[in-house]
Design a protein around this ligand. Structure first.
Ligand SMILES: Nc1ncnc2c1ncn2[C@@H]1O[C@H](COP(=O)(O)OP(=O)(O)OP(=O)(O)O)[C@@H](O)[C@H]1O
Length: 248
């Protein structure tokens, strides 16, 4: 069964159809990329999936449940979580403290408990495991604001992983990164993807080619192709969409 599925999903803005009748299916355990030229509707589709936006028409199912009308916070609690772009990091707290707060907020510990001694150490092992997973074990005591850009994105991913999501939506994880950070982040996403389903919007096509299991191509709000990188890159319509930009 697909873990995430849309049927006939559409979103209009004052009569302009940004996402048009999209059937999008994500298999559990896959790393699924969503690509397309500027203005294709990728961000709008992402916002619909996480319920930041409401659909004009169509349905979204997560683990078989219709979430088309479920509030965004409940969608996240059900295990469909968005990372990157929406920053979940407190800049003037340490890396360690950021993860602790993410774990505590997931467990909905009360504020008075947050400050107790047992709360401060309760999550230590899990915090270290998460930091090790994203390559931040050596940065644990550093303030988030002091981290280099790529490491900050890794911290954002760790705060997302702290919620133990079943599906992570990554919005342009490589945006603004130099090649070194891109290589490290690609490896990190692939590693995280071994345990969690990932849906990723990404403009860097060599990253997409490198780490995706399946790719869906959008143009002007519609799905024009889907398949492996080899399949979609040899598709004429996809080639035209990229050569002609969004206005061909
Ligand atoms: N809130 C809004 N109000 C009006 N139009 C919108 C709104 N959000 C998006 N659009 C329009 O919908 C279309 C799709 O935008 P969207 O941001 O989803 O595309 P995208 O594929 O994510 O583009 P990019 O790659 O440039 O980020 C665009 O033409 C955009 O102008």
């Amino acid at each position: 069964m697909p873990i995430l599925e849309t049927r006939g999903l559409s979103r209009e803005f004052n009569g302009f159809v940004a996402v048009n009748n999209v059937d999008f299916t994500v298999s559990a355990g896959s790393l699924h990329a969503l690509i397309g030229p500027n203005g294709a509707g990728k961000s709008t589709l992402f916002n619909l999936l996480t319920r930041f936006l409401s659909p004009s028409r169509g349905t979204i199912r997560f683990k078989g449940e219709d979430i088309s009308n479920v509030p965004a916070a409940s969608v996240a609690r059900k295990g469909l979580v968005r990372s990157f772009q929406i920053s979940s990091v407190f800049p003037h707290l340490s890396v360690h403290e950021n993860i602790r707060i993410a774990l505590q907020s997931k467990d909905r510990e009360t504020f008075s408990f947050w400050r107790s001694d047992s709360a401060l150490s309760r999550h230590d092992a899990e915090i270290m495991a998460l930091l090790t997973e994203v390559g931040l074990a050596d940065y644990s005591r550093r303030l988030a604001v002091e981290l280099p850009y790529g490491r900050k994105r890794a911290l954002e991913l760790a705060t997302t992983l702290a919620m133990r999501p079943q599906v992570i939506l990554l919005d342009e994880p490589m945006a603004g990164m130099g090649q070194e950070d891109i290589d490290r982040t690609s490896k990190l996403i692939r590693r995280v993807g071994e345990q969690t389903t990932i849906v990723m919007v990404e403009h860097n096509l060599s990253v997409v080619a490198d780490i995706s299991d399946r790719i869906t191509v959008l143009r002007r709000g519609e799905v024009i192709a889907e398949g492996s990188y080899a399949e979609i890159s040899s598709d004429r319509e996809v080639q035209q969409a990229y050569i002609g930009g969004s206005h061909d």
